[in-house]
Design a protein around this ligand. Structure first.
Ligand code: C2E
Ligand code: CA
Ligand code: CA
Ligand code: CA
Length: 279
C-alpha cells in the first residue's frame, strides 16, 4: 500500500495530539486556561458579557489555540469532558465577577453575563442538561447570567429531545445563543422553532459591512427581524470604528471584536470588572 508521506505524518501527528489531549483533559485545571472576550453595548461601549474561550498552553511560550484542538476533541469525544470543565471553570470565574460587582438584584443593574461555547457533540450527550443543571445549581451565579452558544448544527436536528432540552435549559434561566449565524444552514425559522434568546452574526458578514451595500442590507435585515422577535443580536469580529458606527446606526445593540478587546486572561478580565470599564 502506498501512503502519501505527508498524509501519514498527519495521521501520526493526530494520534499524538489525541494522546496528549487525553492526558491534559485528565488534569484539565492545570492544563487548560480560559480567556474571556468582552461583549459590549454598542451605544456606549459598556461591558455586558464575557465569552469564555479555551486555551491550551504548551510551555512558557507556545499557546495552542482552540481551532487546532477542539476539532480533534470533538472527533474523539474528549470534548464532552473538556466542555464540562470549561463550563465549571467559567461559572466559577463568573461567581468571582459577581462578588467584585456586588449583587445586581435590586440595583436595577442587569447581571454581567457569561457566554460559554457548547459543541454539537457535547449537546447531543444524553446527560448534557443534567451536567449543566448540576453546575448551575451548585453555583451562586445569578439567574439569567449564563448563556450557552450553540451552532446551527445542533438546531438542524429537529428531534423532540432537542426541543425538550432547550426548554429545560430555559427553565433553568439559561439563555441560548446561535453562534456564527449566517454560516452553515442558517434559517430564520430557528428563531420561531426554538427558544433562542441571542443571535450572533458571524464575522464574515461584519467584514464587508463598510464596502458592500448588500452585506449591509443583510445584517440590517437580520437585526430588524431579530428585534421584532425579541431576540438580542451580537455582531462578531468588529475590528474598526467604521463597522461599529454602521452597526450602531442600524440599531444592532451588542458587539464583540478586537476593536473593543482581544480575549483577556482572567486577571485582565477581573481588572476590567473592578474598573467598571468601558471599551
Ligand atoms: P467562536 O466561538 O466563533 O469565537 C470567536 C473567535 O473569534 C475567537 O477565536 C476570538 O478570539 C476570535 N475573534 C474575536 N474577535 C475577533 C476579531 O475582531 N477579529 C478576528 N479575526 N477574530 C476575532 P478563538 O478563541 O481562537 O476560538 C476559535 C473557536 O474555537 C471559537 O469560535 C469556538 O468555535 C471554538 N472554541 C473556543 N473555546 C471553546 C470552548 O470552550 N468550547 C467549544 N466547544 N468551542 C470553543
Ligand atoms: Ca462562540
Ligand atoms: Ca462565533
Ligand atoms: Ca467561529
Amino acid at each position: 500500500r502506498h501512503y502519501h508521506p505527508s498524509l501519514q505524518a498527519g495521521l501520526i501527528e493526530r494520534h499524538e495530539l489525541n494522546e496528549h489531549l487525553d492526558n491534559a483533559v485528565a488534569v484539565a485545571d492545570s492544563a487548560f486556561a480560559l480567556h474571556y472576550q468582552p461583549i459590549v453595548d454598542l451605544s456606549n461601549g459598556e461591558l455586558v458579557a464575557f465569552e469564555a474561550l479555551v486555551r491550551w498552553p504548551q510551555d512558557q511560550r507556545a499557546m495552542m489555540m482552540p481551532d487546532e484542538f477542539i476539532p480533534v476533541a470533538e472527533e474523539s469525544g474528549q470534548i464532552v469532558r473538556l466542555g464540562a470543565w470549561v463550563l465549571q471553570r467559567a461559572v466559577a470565574d463568573g461567581e468571582g465577577w459577581q462578588r467584585l460587582r456586588g449583587p445586581s438584584a435590586g440595583r436595577g443593574v442587569p447581571p454581567l453575563r457569561l457566554n460559554v461555547n457548547v459543541s454539537a457533540r457535547q449537546f447531543r450527550e444524553a446527560d448534557f442538561v443534567d451536567v449543566v443543571r448540576d453546575i448551575v445549581r451548585g453555583s451562586a451565579l445569578e439567574r439569567g447570567s449564563l448563556v450557552l452558544e450553540l451552532t446551527e448544527s445542533v438546531l438542524m436536528n429537529r428531534d423532540e429531545r432537542v426541543h425538550a432540552d432547550m426548554r429545560e435549559l430555559c427553565d433553568l434561566g439559561i439563555g441560548i445563543a446561535i453562534d456564527d449565524f449566517g454560516t452553515g444552514y442558517s434559517s430564520l425559522s430557528y428563531l420561531r422553532e426554538f427558544p433562542i434568546s441571542i443571535l450572533k452574526i458571524d464575522k464574515s458578514f461584519i467584514d464587508g459591512l463598510a464596502h458592500s451595500a448588500q452585506q449591509y442590507a443583510l445584517v440590517e435585515g437580520i437585526a430588524r427581524i431579530a428585534e421584532k422577535l425579541g431576540v438580542e443580536v451580537i455582531a462578531e469580529g468588529i475590528e474598526n470604528t467604521a463597522q461599529r458606527d454602521l452597526l450602531a446606526e442600524m440599531g444592532c445593540p451588542l458587539g464583540q471584536g478586537y476593536l473593543f478587546s482581544h480575549p483577556l486572561s482572567l486577571e485582565e478580565a477581573d481588572a476590567l470588572v473592578r474598573l467598571h470599564g468601558r471599551l
